[in-house]
Design a protein around this ligand. Structure first.
Ligand code: GLN
Length: 554
C-alpha cells in the first residue's frame, strides 16, 4: 500500500497558524485510530534554527535525538504522538548541505547538479523517509507563504508527489486569510482567490481551504470561495479564531475536516474519539480559581521564545482547573544598585510562583539571582529550568554559603568560584561540531525527594537538554552541607540534573527542559507540581489575609 500524504501550505500572510493547523489535522486523524507522522520544511538557508536568535525565530524546539528544530514541531508533539526526530524538520540550508556534500563526494557522477531534479529529489526523499516509519498518514507542512521565491522547490516537490502517487494518496490543504473589512462591514474572499491562483500557477490545485477569519463564514461566503477556487463547498473550512488553541481540533472536527481528508485519501477509519479533548476544553472554559506565575527571563517581550514553557505551565494549570496568569518580567529590570538595595522586591510581590527559564548569555543574570533569592527566602514556589537551575545554584552559593564571587563561567570566566562551568572542556574532551549537551539523557532520581514524588516514585526518567554548562561537583559538599539537595543525576553521576531545597514549599531546578515533553492531555509532572504548590501558596496567603483581618476586627 502506498504512503498517504497531506500537504499543508499557507497563503496571503504568514503567522496564520499553519503549524497548529497541521498539528490539529494530525490530532483529528489520530483520534480516529490512525497513526500519523508530521514533518516541516523551512525555506530559510540556516542549516537549523539552533544558531538563530530567539527574537528572530522564537523557541528552538528540541527532540529526543537532540535535533534543534522549528517550534511547530512542539505543536506536533503536543497534539499527537508522532515520533519526531531530526528527519522531521528540514531547512533549505540542510537540503543544500546534503547535496553539496554528495556533489563533492562525486555521487552525481559528473552531472550538472540542479534545483530540478536534484533539490526536489532530495526533498521528496526526505518525505519518503519519514513516511516509511509506518504512519498511515504523513502530514507535511511547507513553511513560508505561497509566492515566496524560496519556497518554490518545496512546492514543486509536492506537485511531483501528487503526480507520482495520485489523488487517492495526496491531499493539498491550503491555509488562507478571509479578512473582515471594517469599512465595508464584509468578509473578503479576494486574498484567498489570489492565493489559490498563485498555487495553481505552479501546478497545484488546492483540495481543502482552511480559511482563517475572526468570525464564522456564512454559507454564501463558502459557496463563493468554492466556486472561484475550484473546490467542493464542504472543502471550504472555517478556521475561526478561538480563545484556546486546544479548541482547534474540535473546530476542525465540527467542520468535517477529518471526514473530508479520509474521503480524499480513500481511507476508512473508526469514528473520532475526542472525549478527552472536549473535557479539556470544558476545563479551560470553567476554571475554579486563578494561579499567577512570574517568569523572569531575557526574551520576555517575544512570547514565542518560550512557547513550550508557556504551554507546559498551561497544561499544569488546566489539569487542576486553574486559569494561568503569566506575568513576564524582564530580568534586567530586577537588578539592584548595591547589595543592600532590595527595591526589586516590590516587583515580585503577590505572585503565587516564580520561574526562571532557559537562556544564554550574561544579560539579566543579576536580576534573576535577585528573583531567586526572593523566592527562596520568602517561601514562594520556585521552578528553575536549565539557566534557572544554574542561577539557583549560584544564588545558593553566594547567599547561603557566603561565596560572594560564585558564578557560572559563562558569565564570568575569571570567577574564583565557578559553581557552573564547562565540564567537558575541563576534561579535555575533543568534540565535533557544537559543544552543547542536546537531546534525551537518562536521569536517576533520589528516593523521597520532591523530584521523585513529582514523578510518582519513578527512579529513572528521561528528559531533553540544550545547554553547554554544568554543575561543578567540586562545590557539591559545600552546597549540600548548607542544605541544597541533589536529587537527580545522570546514571554515571557525571552530571547533576536536579537540585532542590528540602523544607521549602517548592524549590526545584532542573538542568533539562521538561517543557518539551508536556502535552495538554499528559501534563508534565514537574509543571503539575509547581503549579499545585503555587496555587497552595495562593490559598495560604488568602487564608492568612482573612485571619489577619478578623484578628484586626476582634
Ligand atoms: N546558558 C546556559 C548553558 O549553556 C543555559 C542554557 C539553557 O538555559 N538552555 O548551559
Amino acid at each position: 500500500m502506498s504512503a498517504k500524504y497531506v500537504f499543508v501550505t499557507g497563503g496571503v500572510v504568514s503567522s496564520l497558524g499553519k503549524g497548529l493547523a497541521a498539528a490539529s489535522i494530525g490530532c483529528l486523524l489520530e483520534s480516529r485510530g490512525l497513526r500519523v507522522n508530521l514533518m516541516k520544511f523551512d525555506p530559510y538557508l540556516n542549516v537549523d534554527p539552533g544558531t538563530m536568535s530567539p527574537f528572530q525565530h522564537g523557541e528552538v524546539f528540541v527532540t529526543d535525538d537532540g535535533a534543534e528544530t522549528d517550534l511547530d514541531l512542539g505543536h506536533y508533539e503536543r497534539f499527537t504522538h508522532a515520533p519526531l526526530s531530526r528527519d522531521n524538520n528540514l531547512t533549505t540550508g540542510r537540503i543544500y548541505e546534503q547535496i553539496i556534500m554528495k556533489e563533492r563526494r562525486g555521487d552525481y557522477l559528473g552531472k550538472t547538479v540542479q534545483v530540478i531534479p536534484h533539490v526536489t529529489n532530495e526533498i521528496k526523499n526526505a518525505m519518503r523517509k519519514v513516511a516509511a516509519n509506518g504512519a498511515d498518514v504523513t502530514i507535511v507542512e511547507i513553511g513560508g507563504t505561497v509566492g515566496d521565491i524560496e519556497s518554490l522547490p518545496f512546492l514543486e516537490a509536492i506537485r511531483q508527489m501528487r503526480q507520482e502517487l495520485g489523488r487517492e494518496n495526496t491531499v493539498f490543504v491550503h491555509l488562507t486569510l478571509v479578512p473582515w473589512i471594517v469599512a465595508a462591514q464584509e468578509l473578503k474572499t479576494k486574498p484567498t482567490q489570489h492565493s489559490v491562483k498563485e498555487l495553481l500557477s505552479i501546478g497545484i490545485q488546492a483540495d481543502v481551504l482552511m480559511c482563517r477569519s475572526d468570525r464564522p463564514l456564512s454559507r454564501e461566503i463558502k459557496q463563493k470561495i468554492a466556486a472561484f477556487c475550484n473546490v467542493e463547498e464542504r472543502a471550504v473550512i472555517a478556521a475561526t479564531t478561538v480563545s484556546s488553541i486546544y479548541e482547534v481540533p474540535l473546530g476542525f472536527a465540527n467542520e468535517g475536516v477529518d471526514e473530508l481528508i479520509l474521503k480524499y485519501l480513500r481511507k476508512d477509519a473508526p469514528e473520532a474519539d475526542l472525549a478527552r479533548w472536549r473535557e479539556l476544553v470544558e476545563r479551560v472554559r470553567n476554571p475554579k480559581d486563578d494561579v499567577s506565575i512570574a517568569i523572569v527571563g531575557k526574551y520576555v517581550e517575544y512570547e514565542d521564545s518560550y512557547k513550550s514553557l508557556k504551554e507546559a505551565l498551561t497544561h499544569g494549570a488546566i489539569a487542576q482547573n486553574l486559569k494561568l496568569k503569566i506575568t513576564w518580567l524582564e530580568a534586567e529590570g530586577l537588578e539592584s544598585q548595591s547589595p543592600e538595595d532590595r527595591a526589586y522586591e516590590a516587583q515580585l510581590e503577590g505572585f503565587d510562583g516564580i520561574l526562571v527559564p532557559g537562556g544564554f548569555g550574561k544579560r539579566g543574570i543579576e536580576g534573576m539571582l535577585n528573583a531567586i533569592r526572593y523566592a527562596r527566602e520568602k517561601n514562594v514556589p520556585y521552578f528553575g529550568i536549565c539557566l534557572g537551575m544554574q542561577t539557583a545554584c549560584v544564588e545558593f552559593a553566594r547567599n547561603v554559603c557566603g561565596l560572594r564571587d560564585a558564578n557560572s563561567s559563562e558569565f564570568d570566566p575569571a570567577a574564583q568560584h565557578r559553581i557552573i562551568y564547562k565540564l567537558r572542556e575541563l576534561l579535555g574532551v575533543e568534540e565535533m561540531g557544537g559543544t552543547m549537551r542536546l537531546g534525551a539523557w537518562t536521569c536517576n532520581l533520589q528516593p523521597d525527594s520532591l523530584a521523585s514524588r513529582a514523578y510518582r516514585g519513578a527512579t529513572e526518567i528521561s528528559e531533553r537538554h540544550r545547554h553547554r554548562y554544568e554543575f561543578n561537583r567540586e562545590y557539591e559538599a559545600l552546597l549540600t552541607g548548607a542544605g541544597l539537595r541533589i536529587s537527580g543525576s545522570t546514571p554515571d553521576l557525571t552530571y547533576v540534573e536536579i537540585v532542590e531545597i528540602p523544607g521549602h514549599p517548592y524549590f526545584l531546578g532542573c538542568q533539562f527542559h521538561p517543557e518539551f515533553k508536556s502535552k495538554p492531555l499528559e501534563p508534565h509532572p514537574l509543571f503539575f507540581e509547581f503549579v499545585k504548590a503555587s496555587h497552595q501558596n495562593r490559598l495560604n496567603r488568602t487564608a492568612d489575609a482573612i485571619k489577619q483581618s478578623t484578628e484586626a476586627m476582634a
